[in-house]
Design a protein around this ligand. Structure first.
Ligand SMILES: [Zn+2]
Length: 227
């Protein structure tokens, strides 16, 4: 009997760390439309203080205005993805124009920065976008949690919308373009860390889930396989 009890105790000890590892929750925060000369430094400062990496979907015309901020995003280990050069809807553009949006943006990125994601402006995606993305080795990045932060200045509403809906493997859509968005983003980071979420870049999230990204394919979240 004593031997059985000892064996059960042993199994119990073994089970706890395994279960703990299985229950680790992951989430990726993504920021569209930047860099912003007004707000991105503030966001980067907050992320740095918290030791958190995010994914920034940048527009070429803004990188041109803020190369130093773009360099900082890259140097601090965040992921950078394409969000078009002009932020115009790509859905009805010719394939040549879509490719130009990407090539012109790539030309302005820091040396060594090779994005693997394209998030078409507004998430508007058609066959042309998919074909160009595939040809250029880019996966298409969608999202699974959208607090519509661009449509409000209500920080609490943005936070509640995210925290109510977020789950393991989600990709959250935000914009570093207003004070309310940046403040909400940092409060969301604090709340998620408190709930034992690990906040990672989208590429890391995919890697964590054993997904190898396919060019031209759209990804909105990376849930556990058994979810
Ligand atoms: Zn956008």
């Amino acid at each position: 009997m004593r031997r059985i009890l000892a064996a059960l105790l042993c199994l119990g000890f073994l089970a706890f760390p395994v279960r703990g590892a299985e229950e680790q929750k992951y989430v990726a925060l993504t920021f569209d439309d930047g860099p912003s000369g007004k707000y991105t430094h503030q966001l980067l400062d907050g992320l740095y203080d918290r030791g958190v990496k995010a994914t920034f979907l940048l527009c070429g015309y803004r990188i041109k205005d803020y190369p130093d901020i773009t360099q900082r995003i890259f140097d601090e280990g965040h992921e950078i993805g394409f969000h078009g050069y002009s932020h115009k809807n790509m859905k009805d553009m010719s394939r040549r124009d879509i490719a130009a949006e990407i090539i012109d943006t790539q030309a302005m990125l820091p040396e060594g920065c090779k994005p693997v994601f394209l998030r078409p402006p507004g998430g508007c995606c058609g066959d042309g976008v998919r074909q160009v993305a595939e040809a250029r080795g880019l996966a298409i990045l969608s999202w699974s949690v959208d607090p519509r932060d661009w449509a409000t200045h209500d920080t609490a509403a943005i936070e509640q919308s995210v925290l109510k809906n977020v789950d393991d493997g989600d990709i959250v859509l935000l914009h570093d373009m207003t004070t309310s968005s940046v403040k909400a983003a940092l409060d969301i980071v604090d709340a998620l860390l408190e709930q034992n979420f690990r906040i990672v870049t989208v590429s890391e999230l995919a890697k964590t889930r054993g997904v190898s990204l396919k060019p031209g394919k759209t990804y909105a979240c990376f849930p556990k396989k058994d979810r």
